[in-house]
Design a protein around this ligand. Structure first.
Ligand code: PXL
Length: 281
């Protein structure tokens, strides 16, 4: 049974707007990996750029789902968490890690809580402190530069270069995770991508593509979902980084003609077919 690749992803459903589960589920499935879900909340839209959205908290359902799964003896190759709605939810997810982690399980934490120098609506410093603890339990964490700055308590810099990325990544590894992956890194003036640090070997990894010089909603979720799928496939870190950067930029390019809808999310759907190709290369 454990030969089959199966991951569980724990994050919200934003009913409209492409992010969290409406991104993770199609992307990881398209990579040929079975994807179980635990929805943490149901929102009418995501919280970036919309007002008046509904928010149904599903915190109480998570332990019940977990108990049922334990009774079934379910096991997962990977656990991937994204947007979590409260400190209490982070603590429950942390217990889920303890209950379902085996020596073969990999854990990806995307500390989805901030962008553009600011925390998302409703998040506080207490939430950041709890997220720091969750990151300590992960094999991989995937913050953008804003999230990394909040996690480390350092000022946010918009233009984080390779040198800056190395020192941020070292700091993130000190939180306790094995491999921090930093997105939104600048390589020279015309290239952007991601950098990673394997703290078990001391090696740094980089991947970049031409910079499109704009930010689009949901790209962090696309990147983290593809990265999770690539790790589930057993891809080496450099390859996982390359696939994630390439697919994210493919989606951004596909979104450019629909500029006015950019804050709804990125157009990943026309690009899904490329994923299987990237994974099989
Ligand atoms: O893309 C991250 C994300 C996920 N879920 C919700 C969000 C956001 C970002 O704004 O609001 C509900």
């Amino acid at each position: 049974m454990m030969n089959m690749k199966r991951v569980v992803t724990i994050q919200d459903i934003s009913c409209f707007g492409k992010c969290s589960l409406t991104v993770a589920l199609p992307i990881i499935s398209a990579m040929g990996i079975e994807t179980a879900v635990i929805p943490t909340a149901v929102l009418s839209t995501h919280t970036g750029g919309f007002t008046g959205y509904t928010f149904r908290d599903l915190t109480d359902d998570i332990p019940a789902i977990s108990e049922h799964w334990k009774s079934l003896g379910l096991r997962f190759s990977g656990i991937y968490t994204g947007y979590l709605g409260s400190k209490e939810q982070i603590r429950i997810v942390s217990d889920f890690f303890d209950d379902f982690r085996t020596p073969e399980t990999f854990i990806v934490v995307d500390p989805a809580m901030a962008d553009g120098g600011r925390l998302y609506a409703g998040f506080t410093d207490d939430f950041v402190a709890e997220m720091r603890k969750l990151c300590a339990k992960a094999d991989y964490i995937i913050p953008n530069m804003t999230e990394a700055a909040f996690l480390l308590g350092i000022p946010y810099t918009e233009n984080c270069t390779e040198d800056c990325a190395r020192s941020v990544l070292r700091g993130l590894a000190e939180l306790g995770c094995k491999v921090p992956v930093l997105t939104g890194v600048h390589f020279g003036t015309d290239k952007q991508g991601a950098a990673a640090f394997d703290s078990t070997t001391g090696e740094f990894y980089y991947s970049s593509r031409e910079s499109l010089d704009c930010s689009m909603h949901g790209t962090g979720d696309i990147f983290a979902s593809v990265f999770t799928g690539a790790v589930a496939h057993g891809k080496p870190l450099q390859r996982a980084l390359d696939i994630s950067v390439n697919f994210t930029v493919d989606c951004m390019e596909a979104t450019l003609p629909h500029f006015e809808e950019m804050y709804y999310g990125s157009c990943f759907e026309p690009c899904l077919g490329k994923l299987i190709q990237y994974v099989s290369e």
